[in-house]
Design a protein around this ligand. Structure first.
Ligand code: AMP
Ligand code: MG
Length: 486
């Protein structure tokens, strides 16, 4: 089924633990992503559904797989934990996709590993479907993210706050190397390990850096750049990751781990959904600052590789860290300029954008809908946009300022409206729709899950049959908190 070529398993033993998935009682395929399978060159045999489910649940280890649990460490909410590792995920192996890109195939919830600590190594149905929905939605929105190949019910129960149905999630990633993977070796003073890992990720994710005078400084710069860009794009779709620990930040620049993540309804820069984020460390607006903090942790790990002279190494790392803020600002303004339809750059653009965001916050305007309705205003239909605010008067003033600024641009009205519709999604995985899908799935009805996935496939189109997915929640539908549910 998979043409495996397992480069990570060829690294020294201390990088991982070899461990086989623990078979489950009654594997049943809930969802399989055929389009992604095709992209990966993965051949699924639907004529034998029992075997397919058995493979995807980990009951049958397919030929060529080399199952391992990866070692990593990480800062969780600012506190360093020297050993985390794959406690309920097993990397089956890697395939090279149709574009020549190496991708990990990982089973999440496949049973205990030496890194499980007190956990059971399992995953519950709700979080599995949630990751399926949100990671595929991110991809359709054009944001780098891990992907969902399949979800399989295990036929077993898992014990969380209450008893839940078990499931396995088949995750596809450019790789599962995290900042925390570097921290694992650095914390042990294993400089050879850090170097081997750095060389591995350069080869796999940044081969163009091999020729650089100091590839490790360039690596730090490149990871910082991808993360700054990624976080700017998160803000552009109102995404709050919720648990930006260093073990949940990839070296590849893909969004990973969708535990307590959520999308903004009404705009509030300090918004937090995650029940475990009591200090608001990972609030919407804090994400770029945390991104930079995490990159600083990566820099610490790389210091021995940056320069033999410690002071020079620190200077080099600091020089890179300084650029994170500028890179993020550039990316952020690029994202939001596009969101208000600007093609050129002018001095007051940042203020114009901030003024809109300020009014949205004050006027409790729905983040997604407000930007989407700006395309109606571009078509001369202001009411839909103004209706998003509790105080339409101020929003009308903003529209005039916006039109004045647009006078300096050359796009036709139609092109402007079309441009706005191409960057401001109509459909996002709204929290209440996600919860609705998960609740129904817990009662055995996957219909809502399927329909939501379909709605999210074309997020920039307004299709009448998916009108309900474009609307903000009614007061009684609002989701105010999300839970890790691991
Ligand atoms: P996460 O919150 O998913 O980033 O996980 C943090 C750490 O806890 C990782 O080392 C996970 O492998 C581990 N972990 C989370 N859930 C479980 C579980 N059910 N069983 C074993 N380990 C787990
Ligand atoms: Mg994690």
């Amino acid at each position: 089924m998979f043409q495996f070529d397992n480069s990570y398993a060829r690294l020294p033993d201390r990088f991982f633990a070899s461990v086989y998935p623990e078979p489950v009682e009654g594997p049943k395929l809930l969802k399989f992503n055929e389009a992604l399978a095709d992209e990966l060159g993965v051949e699924a045999d639907f004529s034998d559904p029992a075997r397919l489910a058995a493979i995807l649940a980990g009951n049958v280890v397919p030929p060529g797989a080399m199952p391992i649990a990866m070692a990593y460490a990480g800062h969780q909410f600012g506190n360093f934990v020297p050993q985390l590792g794959d406690g309920r995920a097993i990397l089956l192996g890697e395939v090279v996709d149709r574009n020549g890109i190496r991708r990990d195939i990982q089973l999440k919830g496949a049973g205990p590993t030496p890194f499980s600590r007190r956990g059971d190594g399992r995953a519950a149905l709700g979080p599995v479907l949630r990751e399926y929905i949100v990671s595929e939605a991110m991809n359709a929105l054009g944001l780098p993210a891990t992907r969902a190949l399949a979800a399989v019910a295990t036929g077993e129960r898992v014990f969380r706050e209450r008893i839940e149905q078990g499931a396995v999630f088949v995750r596809v990633a450019a790789s599962h190397v995290r900042i925390g993977t570097f921290q694992f070796f650095a914390a042990r003073g294993d400089n050879d390990g850090v170097k081997l890992l750095a060389d591995y990720v350069i080869e796999r994710h940044y081969p163009e850096l091999k020729a650089a005078e100091n590839p490790y400084i360039e690596l730090l710069q490149a990871v910082a750049g991808r993360q700054a860009d990624l976080i700017a794009r998160w803000l552009g779709v109102g995404f709050i990751h919720g648990v930006m620990n260093t073990d949940n930040m990839t070296i590849s620049g893909e969004t990973i781990d969708f535990g307590p993540c959520a999308f903004l309804d009404e705009y509030d820069p300090m918004k937090v959904f995650s029940s475990i984020d009591q200090m608001g460390r990972y609030a919407y607006r804090n994400q770029p600052g945390i991104g930079q903090w995490n990159i600083a942790r990566l820099a610490e790990c790389l210091l021995p590789l940056l320069d033999e002279n410690e002071d020079k190494a620190v200077d080099a790392a600091n020089a890179v860290l300084k650029t994170f803020g500028e890179r993020f600002q550039m990316a952020w303004i690029g994202v939001f300029r596009a969101k208000i339809g600007l093609e050129t750059e002018a001095d007051g653009d940042g203020d114009l954008i901030q003024a809109l965001l300020g009014l949205m916050h004050e006027g409790q305007a729905d983040f997604t809908l407000t930007f989407r309705r700006l395309s109606d205003a571009a078509d001369g239909r202001d009411e839909a946009f103004l209706g998003c605010f509790t105080d339409p008067g101020k929003a009308a003033e903003w529209l005039s300022a916006w039109r004045q600024r647009l006078a300096g641009e050359t796009r036709s009205q139609e092109d402007l409206a079309a441009g706005l519709r191409a960057v401001n999604p109509a459909v996002i995985p709204r929290n209440h729709k996600v919860e609705e899908a998960l609740a129904a799935a817990n009662y055995g009805d996957l219909g809502f899950f399927e329909k939501l996935l379909e709605a999210l496939e074309s997020p920039f189109e307004e299709r009448p049959e998916f009108a309900a997915y474009m609307q903000p929640p009614k007061p009684e539908e609002r989701v105010t908190q999300t839970f890790c549910g691991t």
